[in-house]
Design a protein. Structure first.
Length: 509
């Protein structure tokens, strides 16, 4: 009785809306929350940080902020807050896209099913139902993506000035690609649905025939970690050598997590570009020479003409010559850094879901709270250990290639050292780092593999491309979305991870 009362109260807010329009409204609200959530959290954190700095400055200098300064600060905060809440209300925004996609899918399905019943009466009913759902989703996906693509943004628009002495007006050139991440997200989800369904059918047949092998069990178990390892390795390689191919926010977050001196990254990039050559004076000594001065190392370490290669201690950035000690130190520092993010986030999610409540009268509220805090801490620690291991394995992979294993396989000649620092050491780190996902539980592995895969694919495509080729992206998105939507309506469990949960909350009856 209590469970049914809770469920009914949770659905009460949209009970007055026509059932066919309820998915549309839910989708719009989800899109709106998704659009403002991260920006709102960032603004609040920035405002809190400024408030703490202001109080600290007042305490230190004993000079309180003037009333005019306080008013200006409050007005800027309120203006930013107003922009965050009003920007998603635009007709070409993400919430409108979500509403058009979900609403179009549900509204178009009924007339399309009637049409197929009139003109394909001999076709089995289940095929007519699936076909009507697929076509409805395809049309809705096409139109909703076109809605997003129609919005002009400065980063995808260039104004070509007229040549001197000509009276022609400047030409505006528009580029496509602003929805590429969304398209690749839909494509990877559709691929996951199709491959998962085919593998499930194979497994069912093989198990029934008693032919399910240990190799096939291993493939089922390690498929998600392998996808994550391959995808994250590609992202890290791109971050190291082709950072403009990554979104700015993604690039900034990886740089913050890596906590590495940019001069060291630039030195390895120049090794790959062969502008920094070992054993030759190519004018690159100043780059790492500045690091040597800052860290108190011999100046010769930073000169590629004299130091072949530069010592691995420079990669450790002050942790000493031992690669293993650097790995342990890096893990500890990264774990502390990750906990500052994961622990508050886990507490916030627990409060949102009502953590700490208990239905068992024999369990005191204090005991339930302690159990919840223990679970939250364990979850945050596990996720922090994963991220710390990811960072550690990347750095230790670099050390393995440069010092521990690489020189013993390729030799210690100048040419071999150039090859190692010209990409092999970074490649070793990229190969190793993603396997830290094995520290996470199976559910998180699945979600994280599906999260990173589209971002890895995006590194293989230009961020901007010619507008006349945009129809290809639209077709890929529409077909992929139609596959995911149709599969979810027929087999909800086949759409894995958070996407399955989101669609379940949107389409619930």
């Amino acid at each position: 009785m209590a469970a049914s009362t809770t469920l009914s109260s949770r659905r009460r807010w949209d009970s007055g809306i026509a059932p066919i329009l309820q998915p549309l409204v839910r989708a719009y609200l989800f899109g709106y929350a998704y659009a403002i959530g991260p920006r709102l959290l960032t603004l609040l954190l920035q405002h809190a940080a400024r408030y703490r700095r202001r109080n600290k400055q007042t305490t230190t200098t004993h000079e309180p902020q003037t009333k005019t300064q306080q008013i200006q600060s409050d007005e800027s905060f309120l203006a930013a807050l107003r922009r965050i809440f009003l920007a998603p209300l635009d007709k070409q925004s993400f919430p409108t896209f979500c509403a058009a996609l979900i609403g179009g899918t549900t509204i178009l399905e009924l007339p399309l099913r009637s049409l197929f019943e009139r003109h394909a009466g001999s076709t089995p009913a289940i095929l007519r139902r699936r076909l009507s759902r697929w076509v409805a989703s395809f049309i809705a996906a096409w139109m909703s993506l076109r809605l997003l693509q129609s919005k002009q943004t400065p980063s995808f628009t260039e104004v070509t000035p007229s040549e001197p002495g000509q009276d022609e007006e400047p030409q505006t050139v528009e580029y496509a690609g602003r929805t590429l991440d969304l398209t690749l997200f839909a494509f990877t989800r559709a691929l996951d649905v199709v491959v998962g369904e085919l593998w499930h059918r194979r497994r069912t047949r093989r198990v029934a025939a008693g032919k399910w092998t240990a190799l096939e069990r291993a493939v089922s178990r390690f498929a998600d970690p392998a996808v994550f390892a391959l995808s994250s390795g590609l992202v890290m390689w791109t971050w190291f050598y082709h950072p403009p191919r990554l979104p700015r926010a993604y690039n900034k977050w990886i740089s913050s997590a890596a906590a590495v001196d940019s001069r060291l990254i630039e030195a390895l990039r120049r090794c790959r570009q062969r502008t920094l050559l070992y054993g030759r004076d190519t004018g690159q000594a100043d780059l790492l020479g500045g690091m040597c001065a800052d860290y108190g190392w011999p100046a010769a370490w930073g000169d590629p003409a004299r130091s072949v290669p530069f010592p691995c201690e420079m990669v450790h950035m002050g942790c000493g010559p031992s690669c293993e000690w650097h790995a342990l130190s890096r893990f500890a520092r990264s774990f502390r850094w990750a906990m500052t993010s994961y622990l508050p986030l886990s507490l916030l999610l627990a409060l949102r879901s009502g953590g700490g409540r208990t239905r068992n009268p024999k369990t005191t509220r204090q005991a339930a709270l302690l159990t919840t805090l223990r679970r939250i801490t364990l979850s945050a620690s596990r996720s922090s250990a994963f991220l710390a291991a990811f960072i550690t394995l990347f750095y230790y992979g670099v050390c393995l290639a440069r010092t521990r294993i690489g020189p013993h396989i390729l030799s210690k000649t100048t040419a071999a050292r150039q090859t190692i620092d010209g990409g092999l050491c970074v490649g070793a780190g990229c190969v190793l780092c993603g396997w830290s996902i094995l520290l996470e539980n199976a559910g998180r592995r699945k979600d994280m593999a599906l999260f990173v895969a589209p971002r890895a694919l995006a590194t293989l495509f230009p961020r901007r491309y010619a507008l006349e080729k945009q129809w290809r992206e639209t077709v890929v998105f529409a077909v992929s979305t139609a596959v995911v939507m149709t599969c979810f309506r027929e087999k909800p469990g086949r759409v894995r991870g958070m996407m399955g949960g989101v669609l379940g909350s949107v389409f619930r009856e």
